[in-house]
Design a protein around this ligand. Structure first.
Ligand code: BGP
Length: 461
């Protein structure tokens, strides 16, 4: 074996409540923004399929956890649905949700699969969105109540917690580019939402540390390395600005407790600083993460601006750079994302050099493919060799980083089982296990699932 990983490496996969649980209005669950959006604008979703059609983890989790074992998982990340726990976002807790999540956690532990639990994965309760979502300070307080309840109900057994998955995504998709509800294009609100997400994270980290439950708490960030078109200063400057806006805006406060001075200057110059109270910065400064999850799918390639922005158009991050379409790049044609394996190494080295080599792991990495059943063999097992290569090519770079002293502790693929995706529904399949929506949600391990089992048994390949 050429690529050997440490014995206790975290091998597993990641998921999220909205994308996997289903039963979105059962057992007292309240609506979140996805349930609401689907109800009011179903045509936004690929083939009109909404978050009520998932692989049904809510009722099939025992079978799924057995399959996790069969595919070699030693850890699994899922999220707790805020609107299942608190149908109105705050107030009375839904006892049935506690029963469900306890059952999931206990079953995972029974199978010796460590639960990694995330508290927020794009799923704002609708009642909280009506109060302004992350724009509103009162929602930050409600989130702290939700998190505190999760710690007291599950914190005796869950030792790895996360405050958010990819908090930049609700900022970008909900408040700049219109892909998630409330689908606005408002830079000022976007900055406020980003700031409150960081504040909420720090407040929850504070609560967790005060409770001394013996585990760790971190955040999961989608770090998209920013590459300039050339070494020309203007291109390099464009890449630095993109990095500040999309990566360092969350990475720096989460790990170092401070927003980068250059980012603050950029925002101040355009009069876009968020509203905050003096004590907020102290809370952010004093409550940083214990470890970091890094989701990696694709890099961001930019160049210096070549055209003037229309001064009357809404202010957007693209005021600072243009996107650069690199000739000859490798692309996943189904998702349109560039595949650049070395990106994962560059991120890890950046964490080692600039972020005190904080403990981290790759918390998502994966390849979505359309109509995968065309790759079925005669036994109905999808022969997804392309996915196996995708994983191995990334793991080689992770291995290199590890051997250069990066404190990287694990690798979670996206995802365990084909799941519902935000607007794409079931267009692209990512799982190690396929699900047949036409045949009672039948699960079948793909070739990559068997490969994953071998990988984890051998601790390498
Ligand atoms: C990440 C999200 C996941 C997942 C994944 C794949 O950004 O954390 O929730 O959806 O991307 O993306 P998609 O489903 O849009 O193809």
């Amino acid at each position: 074996m050429e690529f050997v990983f440490p014995k206790d490496f975290w091998w597993g996969s990641a998921s999220s409540a909205t994308q996997m649980e289903g039963f979105s209005e059962v057992d007292g669950k309240g609506k979140n923004i996805w349930d609401y959006w689907y109800e009011t604008e179903p045509n936004r979703f690929y083939q009109g399929i909404g978050p009520d059609i998932t692989s049904q983890f809510y009722t099939k989790f025992i079978e799924d956890i057995q399959l996790m074992k069969e595919t070699g998982h030693n850890s699994f990340r899922f999220s707790i649905s805020w609107s299942r726990m608190f149908p109105n976002g705050r107030g009375d807790v839904n006892e049935k949700a506690i029963v469900f999540y306890n059952h999931v956690i206990n079953t995972l532990l029974e199978y010796k699969i460590e639960p990694f639990v995330n508290l927020y994965h794009f799923d704002m309760p609708m009642a909280m969105q009506e109060e302004g979502g992350w724009e509103s300070r009162s929602v930050v307080d409600a989130y702290v109540q939700f998190a505190t309840t999760c710690f007291s109900e599950f914190g005796d057994r869950v030792m790895k917690w996360f405050t958010h998955n990819e908090p930049i995504v609700p900022v970008e998709c909900g408040y700049l580019y219109g892909h998630h509800y409330p689908a606005l294009c408002d830079f000022r609100k976007a900055v406020q939402v980003g700031f409150h997400s960081i504040l909420a994270s720090a407040k929850v980290i504070k609560v967790y540390h005060e409770q001394s439950l013996g585990g760790k708490i971190g955040i999961i960030l989608n770090v998209t390395p920013s590459y300039p078109r050339s070494n020309q200063p203007a291109d390099v400057d464009a890449a630095e600005k993109a990095d500040l806006l999309f990566n360092r805006s969350f990475l720096d406060p989460s790990v170092k407790g401070r927003f980068p001075a250059k980012l603050v200057d950029m925002l101040q110059k355009e009069n876009f600083l968020p509203k905050y109270e003096a004590e907020d910065l102290k809370i952010i400064d004093e409550n940083t993460v214990d470890f970091l999850g890094i989701n990696y799918y694709q890099p961001r390639r930019v160049k210096a601006k070549e055209s003037m922005s229309n001064p009357d158009a809404p202010f957007m991050p693209e005021r600072y750079f243009d996107y650069y379409d690199m000739p000859g790049k490798k692309v996943n044609p189904y998702r349109g994302w560039e595949i650049y394996e070395k990106g994962v190494y560059d991120i890890l080295k950046n964490i080692q050099v600039n972020y005190g080599n904080i403990e981290c792991f790759i918390s998502e990495n994966g390849m979505g493919v359309e109509q995968e059943d065309r790759f079925n063999n005669e036994d109905g097992v999808i022969q997804d060799d392309y996915r196996i290569s995708f994983y191995e090519d990334h793991l080689k770079w992770i291995h290199k980083a590890l051997h250069e002293g990066v404190n990287v502790k694990g690798y979670h693929v996206w995802t365990f089982i084909d799941n519902w995706s935000w607007l794409n529904s079931y267009k692209n399949r990512y799982g190690l296990v396929s699900v047949d929506l036409q045949d009672d949600y039948k699960r079948t391990i793909k070739k990559s699932g068997y490969w994953f089992k071998k990988l984890t048994e051998n601790n390498g390949f």
